[in-house]
Design a protein around this ligand. Structure first.
Ligand code: AMP
Ligand code: MG
Length: 411
């Protein structure tokens, strides 16, 4: 059995950046850029006034004050009709192009209208370049403004718009198929008969996928039957990630590892020293699936056999699948946020597996407390639903005393 750290390292080692695709600019938010973007404009496109005021020749205000004849008015979007010469000025608005001859702008706040057609400016601080941005000072046409690997947040979307980038090559969100396995499962919109229970993992994992930035494909429920599993797994192998739940332990109907291997999914590991989540299975599937779809150049499908117990499924998703998904999209292996907290009550950790125990996190007078919840184990979603995160207790026999510092992964 390998450690959690080793399991994560092996998964990350097999996670390859997905192939890029082109999307319209408004859909590029939160994606990772997959191309160099070059500006097709100078910014600003002209020498530009940074304030509302008067375009002047700085030398005219050498004495700190001048009365100048107003020869023009330039607003943003219009062009100057005449040049500024000694003794004259043009009224100018923020963003408007500086008239020829002018080399500074005096803010409108430093003016008082002496008479019709003339203005008195009082500003001791005028030098060439004052309140002007020169053409191309921010970026020049032909310059690379964004590089592959950049996360596209709203500022980058604005910049892409500024340089006229309408269609953008990005790394798409991973498509993640979710297949619940088990003869005992019924769809959640049905009442479970004797010996049956509802498929809670399917909807839970699909929402976890969405939360982690992926596009879920719900493959429903497969019976513990070789032929049924083969058909559904084949569909799932078309995607970037296939998540199965159940059927990976040591029961007589735990057929998943065998079926996956038969279908050419290469096992990387089975079983991790983790509580809950020990039965976790991971493998990769390279190359085409015989369904006719074009899979040339597609990175291998990452295949996870998650344990059937809902909390084990959730924990292994958060610890292993989520970081893998973020590597596929170029974000690096990001998991749940980790914080430190003070343990609120004693906790006895036993055994050679790293443990993650559900906890309520309480902020109290600037102190963050983590209180382990009363919990019935890895099938107990009901009490897990009251938890805010998972406390990490490293492998090894040890009683963690109330008041000690612990790491908590926040949901
Ligand atoms: P298994 O790993 O298939 O032996 O399943 C372990 C436990 O998880 C069993 O009690 C299953 O009934 C339960 N289980 C498996 N799959 C699901 C599911 N999709 N939703 C809820 N419980 C499940
Ligand atoms: Mg089962």
């Amino acid at each position: 059995m390998i450690t959690l750290d080793e399991a994560l390292a092996r998964v990350i080692a097999h996670a390859q950046l997905l192939r890029s695709s082109t999307v319209p600019l408004p859909e590029a938010l939160d994606r990772v850029l997959a191309e160099y973007v070059v500006s097709d404009v100078d910014s600003p496109p002209h020498d530009k006034a940074m304030v509302d005021g008067f375009a002047v020749i700085a030398a005219d205000l050498a004495g700190g004050e001048a009365t100048l004849r107003i020869v023009d008015e330039v607003t943003a979007g219009s062009l100057p009709r005449c040049a500024v010469e000694r003794g004259t000025t043009s009224r100018i608005m923020t963003g408007a192009p500086l008239p020829e001859g002018a080399d500074a702008v005096v803010m409108v706040e430093y003016s008082n209208s002496a008479s019709e057609g003339a203005v008195t400016l009082v500003d001791a601080d005028v030098a060439p370049g004052r309140h002007i941005t020169r053409r191309g000072a921010v970026m020049q046409r032909g310059a690379v403004v964004l590089s592959p690997g950049t996360q596209l947040r709203h500022a980058q979307i604005g910049l892409l718009a500024e340089v006229g980038k309408c269609d953008v090559a990005v790394i798409p969100p991973p498509r993640v198929a979710v297949l619940a396995t088990g003869n005992e499962l019924v769809p959640y919109d049905q009442f479970p008969g004797a010996g049956k229970l509802r498929n809670s993992n399917g909807p839970m994992l699909c929402s976890a996928v969405r939360r982690a930035g992926g596009v879920p494909l719900d493959l429903g429920i497969a019976a513990d039957d070789r032929a049924v599993l083969v058909g559904r797994v084949r569909e799932g192998l078309e995607t970037d990630v296939l998540l199965l739940s159940g059927g990976v332990s040591a029961g007589v109907l735990d057929l998943v590892p065998g079926v996956l291997q038969e279908m050419g999914v290469r096992e990387i590991f089975h079983k991790v020293a983790l509580k809950p989540g020990k039965p976790l299975w991971f493998g990769v599937h390279e190359g085409a699936v015989d369904t006719g779809a074009d899979s040339s150049g597609k990175p291998p499908t990452l295949v996870f056999g998650l344990p059937g117990n809902p909390v084990s499924s959730l924990v292994t998703f958060e610890l292993i699948v989520r970081p893998a998904m973020s590597v596929l999209t170029g974000h690096g292996p990001q998991g749940l946020a980790r914080v430190t907290a003070v343990l609120a009550s004693d906790f006895a950790q036993r055994g050679e597996r790293d443990a993650f125990y559900p906890a309520k996190v309480i902020e109290n007078d600037g102190e963050r407390l983590a209180e382990p919840i009363a919990w019935q184990g890895s099938a107990d979603l009901r009490n897990l639903a009251g938890a805010d995160g998972l406390i990490f207790f490293p492998a090894g026999d040890r009683t963690h005393a109330a008041g000690s510092e612990v790491t908590v992964l926040l949901f």
